[in-house]
Each structure stands twice: as structure tokens, then as C-alpha cells.
Design a protein around this ligand. Structure first.
Ligand SMILES: [Zn+2]
Length: 450
């Protein structure tokens, strides 16, 4: 595993991740995925969808709108409680998340508790704090024909037009629960899955793509009969490991389950596990698994006045299902995959950077090149091989730049598992040299056997 700055540098150098709006000096907490990053990100998301939705009979997908009726966030509690403790330095006016500049306190820290800690301002070094205020992290916007003067004043138009960019994808699932029950008639237990953007106005975005203001989430709400929650929780707990270790290729000993104690859990949750990952900068949350009881469906039932009950097909019994939620951030998983794949070694005395990505995630599976690019017969033959492999595997790249050693270095850095080189022997015997990324070993293989 590399240092974070090495990974950030590789991401920029090879076109995985760029700073958002970089040409204008950037925009804090936003990141843009370049040509290789978008492929890796999409593969991660597609593998998740295949594993949790397509390969299962008990999962259904939705793709809900980012803008939702604001009553959603009243019912879910986000309007009242989706807030971080904001503290302002009275000397230099810098603002911080209180629990991020002091050790041993949580988001629920009070002003008195904070002042007792003797924290110095990370910017000016003084100790002169204002009170801790709750800062709501939802991004607000206005929907419809709203003029700047409507918004500036405390007008009814401003009030009525307000909407939020969703702070989580989960509520787009809960609000569609009834639609799915009434159209698909699923049998409990069943899950509804969604992937998509979510927005959080973080006070201090940091750690590269780990804490950003715009992110992608992959969430499942798994609906169960209340008395079966424990067995289903266990089933989902094991599935997360299979996905993270077998499909994403993360080392099992870098993933740590942290059983969240009752005091730190959301009040409605009876059990929560945080899956922590050993990132380059230390252990950080990778994903969560939470038993949310009937909290969300009951909130919607109360706020909307519509029944969220499920009728058991065998017994005719009706009840509001309970929910278990596995939730993962795509960027967090992206960084976990990259940092486990990042390796530095030595080949013939030269330092080499290599991304040992699993084959199912590598942006390109093969790189095809002619040994020499100024020999037309080699180029023609190499093009044939390239077209053949592209038909078969889709994600195949062509590279005839520089010398062969430089091409290998470049493909190692972007994680291409195999480089195929067409040389003069290829013209007579239809074989090519296949060079392996991880071992740098080479073998002569028949083109038809690729
Ligand atoms: Zn200060």
C-alpha cells in the first residue's frame, strides 16, 4: 500500500481523478473522474449491481430523482438533525467541525465540554471560541420561477420553493417501497437497491475523495419480518465480506468490523456495524450495515398518511416490515481498491509503480502493441490482434508510443494485467508475446488462445 500523496499523484498523472473545476482553481470537496477513473468507478458500481441485484431473486432496483419533496427530509429527521457541530474562532473567524479539531469528542459535543478541552485554533493558534452551533449539511436550492429578490427576503415564495439535493440515496428507496410492493408483489424478505449521487455540505472536506461534498452511494434497504431481523442481518453481514474480498479484491485483514456501541448508534438502530478499512492515512469507515427497525417506513406512514403495511401472502397477517441497510460510498470503495492495488517494486534495478487491480476491475484487460511502430507489416498484424481482442473483451487498449519498456511501465501504472506484443515471428507463426503485469514474466502464446 502506498502513501496517500503517491496515490493522489498517480491518479492525476494517469487520468483517474482530477480536482473538480481545476482550471478555475478548483472547488473544495469536489473531484472529477478522468478517462481511466470513470472506467474503474463504473466497473465497481456494475460489479456491485451484478452481485447484489442481478444475481439474486430477492433484490429490485430503483433510480429515484435527486430532488425530492422536502417533506421527505422532515419525515426522515434530516431537517432537524442532519447537522455537524460548527465552532468559530472569534479571533480569525475560521470555522471548524468541533469534533475534528479535538480528540475524544463526538458530534454531540456541547459548548461547555468543548471549551474545557483547551483547543487552540488550527489557523491562528489562539483560544477564543464562539458557541457550538448545529450546522445543517443539506444543500438547499430553489425550484421553479424564483427570482433573487424572493430568496433574499424571508418571503413565502422562498419558503415554498425550497428543495434539497438529497443527502442520501436511501430515502429514494423508502419512498418507492409502496410502489414496488403494489407493482412487483415481492415476498418478504426482499431488498430494494439504488446507486446514485448524494450531497453533503461538509464543513471541512479532506482526505482526497474520502470526505467530499458530492459523492456516489450504493445502498440497499432489505425489508424483513420483524422477528427475523437477526438471521437476515447475519446473511447481509456475510454478503458484504464476499463482495469486498472476492469481487473487489480487498485484503480481508484490512477490513475490520466495528460493532457500534448503543450510545453511539442512531436512536432507532438496534445494531450497527461499521466496516473500517486500513487506508493509507489510517483506519476510516468504508461502509455501514445498520438495522433500522421500522423507523423509516413508520415516519413515511405518519408524514404521508398512507399505509406502509405489508400483507403476508400465506397468513394474511399485515405489518410494517423492518429494515436492514447496507450502505457504501463509491469513492470510499474506489480509494480502498486503488490503495490496496498500489504497489512499488523493483524490476532490473529500476523502481516500478504497479497497480495490481483484479482483472474484473482493471480499466483495460489487454494492451496491444507492435514491437516497432515504423514497420507497417507489424502495425497491420497488431491492429488485427487488437480488433480481435476488442471484440472479445471490449476493454482493450492500443499503445505504440515510446519503446516497449516505457509502454510496460505505463500499463503497469494503470493496472493493465496483460500486454500483447506483435513482432516479426508473429507474422509467420501467429503467436505473440504476452507479458504479465504482476510477475513481468513473458510467454509465447497463439493468437487464437488469447
Ligand atoms: Zn483562529
Amino acid at each position: 500500500m502506498g502513501k496517500l500523496e503517491d496515490i493522489v499523484s498517480l491518479c492525476k498523472r494517469r487520468g483517474f481523478v482530477f480536482q473538480g473545476s481545476e482550471v478555475y482553481g478548483g472547488m473544495a470537496g469536489t473531484w472529477d473522474f478522468g478517462p481511466l477513473g470513470v472506467v474503474l468507478k463504473k466497473k465497481i458500481m456494475d460489479e456491485w449491481w451484478r452481485f447484489f441485484v442481478e444475481e439474486r431473486d430477492d433484490m429490485y432496483g430503483v433510480d429515484a430523482a435527486i430532488l425530492m419533496n422536502p417533506r421527505t427530509w422532515v419525515a426522515s429527521g434530516h431537517t432537524a438533525t442532519f447537522a455537524d457541530p460548527l465552532v468559530e474562532c472569534k479571533e480569525c473567524k475560521s470555522r471548524f467541525r468541533a469534533d475534528k479539531i479535538a480528540d475524544g469528542i463526538t458530534e454531540s459535543v456541547t459548548t461547555e465540554e468543548f471549551l474545557k478541552l483547551g483547543v487552540k485554533c488550527p489557523v491562528c493558534g489562539k483560544e477564543n471560541w464562539g458557541p457550538i452551533r448545529k450546522f445543517n449539511m443539506m444543500f438547499a436550492t430553489h425550484v421553479g420561477a424564483v427570482l433573487p429578490e424572493d430568496v433574499a427576503g424571508d418571503t413565502e415564495v422562498a419558503e415554498k420553493s425550497i428543495a434539497y439535493l438529497r443527502p442520501e440515496t436511501a430515502q429514494g428507496i423508502f419512498t418507492n417501497y409502496k410502489n414496488i410492493v403494489d407493482t412487483i408483489y415481492p415476498t418478504l424478505p426482499f431488498g430494494i437497491a439504488q446507486q446514485g449521487k448524494a450531497f453533503r455540505n461538509e464543513i471541512s472536506p479532506r482526505d482526497f475523495i474520502l470526505r467530499d461534498r458530492e459523492c456516489s452511494q450504493m445502498e440497499i434497504e432489505y425489508f424483513v419480518a420483524p422477528e427475523t431481523w437477526e438471521e437476515n442481518f447475519e446473511k447481509l453481514r456475510v454478503m458484504q465480506h464476499e463482495f469486498l474480498e472476492d469481487v473487489m479484491g480487498l485484503p480481508a485483514d484490512s477490513i475490520h468490523e466495528y460493532e457500534v456501541p448503543a450510545d453511539d448508534r442512531a436512536h432507532y438502530s438496534k445494531r450497527t456495524i461499521d466496516y473500517m478499512f486500513d487506508y493509507p492515512n489510517g483506519e476510516e469507515e468504508l461502509m455501514g450495515l445498520a438495522y433500522r427497525t421500522d423507523f423509516d417506513l413508520m415516519n413515511i406512514q405518519r408524514e404521508s398518511g398512507k399505509s406502509m403495511e405489508y400483507r403476508d401472502k400465506m397468513t394474511g397477517e399485515t405489518f410494517v416490515p423492518h429494515v436492514i441497510e447496507p450502505s457504501i460510498g463509491v469513492e470510499r470503495l474506489f480509494l480502498a481498491v486503488l490503495s490496496s492495488a498500489y504497489t512499488e517494486d523493483e524490476v532490473n534495478g529500476d523502481k516500478r509503480v504497479v497497480l495490481k487491480l483484479p482483472e474484473n476491475l482493471a480499466p483495460y484487460r489487454y494492451c496491444v502493441s507492435p514491437l516497432l511502430k515504423n514497420k507497417p507489416e507489424l502495425v497491420v498484424k497488431a491492429r488485427e490482434v487488437y480488433e480481435l481482442l476488442r471484440k472479445k473483451y471490449v476493454n482493450v487498449t492500443w499503445d505504440d508510443s515510446g519503446n516497449i519498456g516505457k509502454r510496460y511501465r505505463k500499463q503497469d501504472e494503470i493496472g493493465t494485467p496483460k500486454c500483447v506484443v506483435v513482432d516479426f515471428d508473429s507474422l509467420s507463426d501467429d503467436t505473440v508475446t504476452v507479458r504479465e503485469r504482476d510477475t513481468t514474466g513473458q510467454a509465447r502464446i497463439k493468437i487464437v488462445e488469447l
